[in-house]
Design a protein around this ligand. Structure first.
Ligand code: PRF
Length: 372
């Protein structure tokens, strides 16, 4: 099913709108918290909802290994299993195979790999990835299997990967067929080569997807090169379909991605950095382990409606982190997810009001010097 996507306002390339799914409306631009192993790490779903998340991400790779896709299916699908009744987007697995599994081999038919958990051998083909995501997990937004090359990549290598991804895209579409309630997104590849991004897009458009992702970025090229690639990559994609920048990023990357026409983002950053003592604020990142917070009685964000941001002092959070208390990981992850959502809420409001350029300039001036 091609979910209705309405763009309600735009400013330059930046757009805001609504993606309507049977499990709920997704206001865009949106940030999707990562729930890799059927959990947004350290958070209950009530906390995730209170942080204003509307859609979360799950991973084929992790779930097929543990508890296995078949078991999730027997237990009623991923939504029922984890207790999330909103939309779920699942990644197809290829990217996680390359980055996490012990040994992997990409062939025309499929990728074979050894589990990072117990070394067991597995095969993931475009068809199997669709079966896991769409039939067994019951994902709302299903991603095609693709091949992502690391950076820097030789042109020949990047072309091979985008062409394999395009062939896998066609096989994914054929395996997906037409469905009443689920959507399928294609993935653009091509590293940092404009002509390859163009070729990739042409091939995806020939196949026809419900939405389009930009893959192969945030793989080591750095913020500037990513922005340069997005300058031409995002506008290649159809204006009237959602565009998803995979695995991105820091608040500044979200801001610059939106400015270039991206509608959807996901990243482990807010939860992972929260578990390691780092928080993101309107004034940039803070390391809560720093002794300067030891007697700071102010909250992270008095204006926030998230309890983690508003109701606890930095001194208390510093103490929890220094003591390696579980609550420290929970509160910092909660604050970060709420902050990323608050950023997207402000971005959407600004595009609607025609003040996105001013918001972007203001936040860039706060963040540029602080490695935000
Ligand atoms: N492809 C897929 N998932 C991904 C990526 C990709 O290129 C990236 C790259 N940043 C993150 N997650 N399928």
């Amino acid at each position: 099913m091609t979910y209705p996507f309405q763009i309600t306002a735009h400013q330059g390339q930046a757009r805001t709108g609504v993606l309507k799914t049977p499990r709920g409306d997704i206001p865009t631009p949106i940030f999707m918290p990562v729930g890799t192993a059927a959990t947004v790490k350290a958070l209950t779903l009530d906390m995730v909802k209170q942080a204003h998340a509307k859609i979360i991400l799950g991973n084929t790779y992790h779930l097929m290994l543990r508890p296995t896709a078949e078991r999730v299916a027997r237990l009623g699908g991923l939504h029922k299993f984890m207790g999330w009744n909103g939309p779920i987007l699942t990644d197809s697995g290829g990217f996680q195979v390359m980055s996490l599994s012990k040994i992997s081999k990409v062939k025309e038919d499929a990728v074979t790999f050894q589990s990072h958990i117990d070394g067991s051998r597995h095969i993931l083909s475009p068809e199997r990835s669709i079966e896991i995501q769409a039939d067994l997990l019951g994902s709302d937004i299903v991603m095609q299997l693709d091949e992502c090359v690391s950076w820097p990549a030789e042109e020949k290598r990047a072309r091979e990967a985008l062409q394999l991804s395009a062939r896998w895209g066609l096989r994914s579409k054929q395996a997906f067929g037409t469905r009443d309630t689920q959507a399928l997104f294609g993935i653009q590849q091509g590293s940092t080569f404009e002509h390859l991004r163009r070729e990739s897009t042409e091939r995806l458009l020939d196949i026809g997807f419900d939405g389009y992702a930009i893959g192969g970025l945030a793989v080591g090229e750095g913020h500037e090169a990513m922005c340069e690639t997005l300058d031409y990559s995002a506008p290649l994609l159809p204006w009237d379909r959602p565009r998803y920048l995979m695995g991105v990023g820091k608040p500044i990357d979200l801001l610059e991605g939106v400015a270039r026409g991206v509608d959807m983002f996901d990243c482990v950053l807010p939860t992972r950095s929260g578990r390691h003592g780092q928080v993101w604020t309107w004034d940039g990142p803070l390391n809560m382990k720093n002794a300067r917070f030891a007697e700071d009685n102010t909250p992270l964000d008095a204006e926030s409606d998230c309890p983690a941001s508003r109701d606890y002092s930095k001194a208390y959070l510093h103490h929890l982190v220094k003591s390696e208390e579980i609550l420290g990981q929970m509160l910092l992850s909660w604050h970060n997810i709420a902050f990323f959502q608050a950023l997207m809420i402000r971005i959407r409001a600004a595009i609607t009001a025609g003040t996105f350029d001013a918001l972007r300039a203001d936040l860039l001036s706060r963040w540029k010097t602080k490695d935000a």
